[in-house]
Design a protein around this ligand. Structure first.
Ligand code: ZN
Length: 263
């Protein structure tokens, strides 16, 4: 059901409509959708993917988002149980799904998701401890050992400012040199949001994974003949996808990495 609501956000926010009113309508024929045709996943299967009124195709995105969101919630509860951390990760996962699809379809990362996300991530860092990361190092080098909540909050705020600031500068420099936007402000806010939610180590991992994936997929698309080297990439979708995957695998990857580094 949450996934169903995310679909409404993905469809309506980029075109400036409210997600509360009017009630669900077919985007093609504007026909009202009855409650029994609006049941997540099931209705799509029962209607065989077509509007009951105009018989035109319903986008695959609808059942896909509903299934992915439900699957993500189930995985989160399996991994961390029910508690503050599960709420935090569930909110992060749903926001990443919205951003993944709005960037893919409209090349937009709505501020109401990214900016709200930065604030939400910082607020959660007080209740769900982040890895000490850069904040731990900085505080220790000043000889300060505050309680874990303060370290976590510092890590979240510092991470968001650092990643946001550095990427903003890179985007600015590229724009001054080439006079074309290379890195959108939406992408900058999205990485700051990921750092606010998950801390600096995980944000760095997400950024590396997304850039690597975008480079590989972008190059393959050009080599296959479908795209030009100059065509824009939905970097936000790669970032959101990597952040979603990292909710489940980042812990294991970062632990391996530190074991490897420290021997
Ligand atoms: Zn219709």
């Amino acid at each position: 059901m949450v996934g169903s609501f995310l679909n409404v956000c993905i469809h309506r926010w980029p075109i400036g409509q409210s997600v509360v009113a009017p009630r669900s309508r077919c985007p093609r024929c504007s026909g009202r959708i009855a409650w029994y045709d609006n049941i997540p996943v099931l209705s799509f299967v029962m209607l065989r993917g077509r509007c009951r009124n105009c018989r035109r195709r319903i986008a695959w995105r609808y059942p896909v988002v509903e299934l992915l969101n439900g699957f993500a919630y189930a995985m989160i509860v399996t991994q961390v149980g029910i508690g503050a951390e599960a709420w935090k990760l569930a909110i992060l996962a749903s926001m990443m799904l919205i951003l993944f699809f709005t960037d893919l379809e409209h090349f937009i990362l709505p501020d109401r998701v990214t900016l709200t996300g930065i604030a939400t991530g910082i607020a959660f860092s007080w209740f769900v401890a982040l890895r000490p990361g850069i904040a731990g190092e900085v505080l220790q080098s000043f000889g300060s050992f505050p309680p874990p909540g303060v370290v976590s909050l510092t890590e979240s705020i510092l991470g968001a400012s650092l990643f946001g600031g550095v990427l903003f500068l890179i985007g600015e420099i590229y724009y001054r040199l080439r006079c074309v936007e290379g890195l959108g402000l939406g992408d900058v806010k999205l990485v700051a949001m990921i750092a606010a939610f998950q801390g600096t180590s995980e944000a760095l991992l997400v950024l590396l994974a997304a850039c690597l994936l975008a480079t590989i997929c972008g190059s393959l698309a050009v080599l296959a003949g479908g795209k030009q080297w100059r065509d824009p990439l939905p970097l936000g979708s790669y970032l959101a996808g990597a952040a979603l995957a990292c909710i489940f695998v980042a812990g294991a990857i970062l632990n391996r990495y530190w074991e490897f580094v420290l021997g």
